[in-house]
Ligand binder design. Structure first.
Ligand code: 5GP
Length: 191
């Protein structure tokens, strides 16, 4: 078992509705040691891949993506979910369905921060149905940039997002892939 898998076993909780609660170390209180390990692990797994920028989505992806951006020595850009007076000028927009909030969100980035030809590594905390990733991939393609890889902390392997993304030929690295989990017993099995 790797460090993240050990942490999921010790601190994660399986909730009803196929939700893995990891807010003790990832989604609310944040364990910066595991964050550091995740950044380094993405750097190791994508060794030799040219990356110009890391892209994620607010809110929970930002901490992991910051750690990855530090390890790659590149800027981080996060897609926003709500309009803000700070964001002016042209925007690239897409739509994602939120697994945890059960609603559709518009997501956007300022066009000036995602440029044609840039090599983008997408990083996020979870991969479930793949809607968040598809929205991010859509923003990259609207900009004329290129997705060179996708790094996920926790993939729920029993949902079909990972399969769909891999079938498209994207290089996807998940640090922990949950094969199954049981909210009655709390058992979590990794692939
Ligand atoms: P997807 O778009 O792949 O269905 O879901 C990805 C997003 O939903 C992630 O960014 C994450 O915030 C959230 N998510 C999906 N499944 C879980 C889960 O089991 N636990 C938590 N904490 N977040 C999840």
């Amino acid at each position: 078992m790797n460090k993240l898998e050990e942490k999921i076993i010790s601190d994660g909780k399986v909730l009803e509705g196929n939700v893995l609660k990891v807010d003790g170390f990832l989604n609310h209180r944040v364990d910066v040691e595991i964050l550091k390990w995740m950044g380094e692990e993405f750097r190791r797994r994508f060794d030799g891949v040219k990356v110009d920028k890391i892209l994620t989505i607010e809110a929970s992806g930002i901490a992991i993506a910051s750690s990855a951006a530090l390890c790659f020595g590149v800027p981080l850009l996060f897609a926003k979910k709500s309009q803000s007076v700070n964001v002016t000028g042209d925007k690239l927009c897409s739509k994602v369905y939120s697994f945890t909030h059960k609603c559709w969100n518009n997501i956007f980035v300022s066009a000036e921060y995602l440029s044609k030809g840039e090599k983008i590594l997408i990083v996020d905390d979870f991969l479930a149905s793949g809607s968040a990733l598809e929205g991010l991939v859509d923003l990259v393609s609207q900009a004329g940039a290129e997705v060179v890889g996708i790094g996920i902390a926790i993939e729920k392997g029993f949902q079909d997002g990972g399969r769909r993304i891999r079938e498209k030929g994207c290089r996807l690295e998940s640090l922990a892939i949950v094969e199954s989990m049981d909210c009655r017993t709390g058992e979590i099995i990794f692939r």
